[in-house]
Design a protein around this ligand. Structure first.
Ligand SMILES: [Zn+2]
Length: 256
C-alpha cells in the first residue's frame, strides 16, 4: 500500500513534540522507494523513526527557500554519505528552492571537499507552473503548482500512485483558501494542508484548509505546519466545514 509518513508537523516554531513540516511517501514494493519532501530538520532521523531506511530514499523534493523547509540539507547529505550511498541523490524543485539548497551545501564546502565516495547530487529543476512534472519514476507521478506564499516562490504537490490510482495532495505553505491547491487536490484520497494560522498573505487557517478540502472533494484532511498551543478551537471550526479533518500526528503513518 502507498503511504505518507508525517516526519514533522510543526511550523518553524511549534509544540515540543513537533518538528518542522516534512513528509515522506512510500510504497511497499521491494525495494521500497521513498520520496522525501523538504528537510527543514533532521529528515532522515525522522524517516528512520517511521520505519523506512536511509537507503530507501529515491529522491528529495525541496518546495521553497525558507529555513524550516531546506536548512537540514547539508546534514541529509552527510548522512547519506555515511550510510554508504554511492548512487546519485536526485534533488528536485523550482529554481529558487534548489539555489537555496545548493548555497546551504556550498557553505560547508571546506568540510566535504575531500570526502571520498560522496554521492553526486542530481539537481533537477522543475518548471514553476501549474501541472509541472516534479517526479515521474517508479510508482509515483508527482505534479506541482505555484502557491501564494508572500514573496517566496513555492509549490504545492499532487502525488499519484500509479499502481493503485491513490492520490495524496500537499498544500505546502500558502495563503488560503487557494484555488491552485483545490485543483491540485481534486478528488484526492488525502489532503495534507498547512494550518499555520492567519489570516495573512503567507499562511492558512484551519478553516481555510477545510474549505479547500470541501471544494476539492477529498476523502480526508490532515492539518500540519502547526504553531504552538492548543488547536482544539481551530480543529472544531475546520470540522464544521469539513468533518473528516484531523491534526496531523507527529511521526504518523497514513495509508492512502
Ligand atoms: Zn515557508
Amino acid at each position: 500500500m502507498p503511504a505518507v509518513h508525517l516526519l514533522g508537523t510543526g511550523a518553524a516554531i511549534s509544540d515540543p513534540h513537533r518538528t518542522t513540516t516534512m513528509l515522506a511517501v512510500t510504497d511497499d514494493r521491494s525495494p521500497p522507494r521513498t520520496l522525501l519532501v523538504d528537510c527543514g530538520g533532521d529528515a532522515l532521523q525522522r524517516l528512520q523513526q517511521c520505519g523506512p531506511s536511509i537507503d530507501s530514499v529515491g529522491g528529495l523534493i525541496v518546495t521553497h527557500a525558507h529555513m524550516d523547509h531546506v536548512s537540514g540539507f547539508p546534514l541529509l547529505m552527510e548522512k547519506v554519505w555515511l550510510d554508504g550511498r554511492a548512487r546519485a541523490l536526485p534533488v528536485v524543485g523550482i529554481e529558487p528552492a534548489l539555489a537555496q539548497a545548493r548555497r546551504s551545501w556550498d557553505a560547508f564546502e571546506p568540510v566535504h571537499r575531500d570526502w571520498e565516495g560522496l554521492p553526486p547530487i542530481d539537481w533537477r529543476t522543475v518548471e514553476h507552473a501549474p501541472g509541472a512534472t516534479v517526479w515521474d519514476e517508479g510508482a509515483w507521478t508527482v505534479t506541482g503548482a505555484p502557491v501564494a506564499h508572500g514573496d517566496t516562490p513555492n509549490v504545492g504537490l499532487r502525488f499519484e500512485h500509479e499502481p493503485t490510482g491513490r492520490v495524496l495532495a500537499y498544500s505546502c505553505d500558502t495563503s488560503g483558501p487557494a484555488k491552485g491547491v483545490v485543483r491540485l487536490a481534486e478528488n484526492a484520497d488525502l489532503l495534507v494542508h498547512e494550518a499555520n494560522g492567519g489570516p495573512s498573505e503567507n499562511h492558512s487557517t484551519a478553516a481555510e484548509a477545510a474549505q479547500v478540502a470541501d471544494r476539492a472533494d477529498v476523502e480526508r484532511l490532515l492539518l500540519v505546519h502547526l504553531p504552538p498551543g492548543d488547536k482544539s478551537e481551530e480543529l472544531r471550526q475546520a470540522r464544521e466545514i469539513f468533518p473528516h479533518t484531523d491534526l496531523g500526528e507527529e511521526l504518523g503513518t497514513y495509508s492512502l
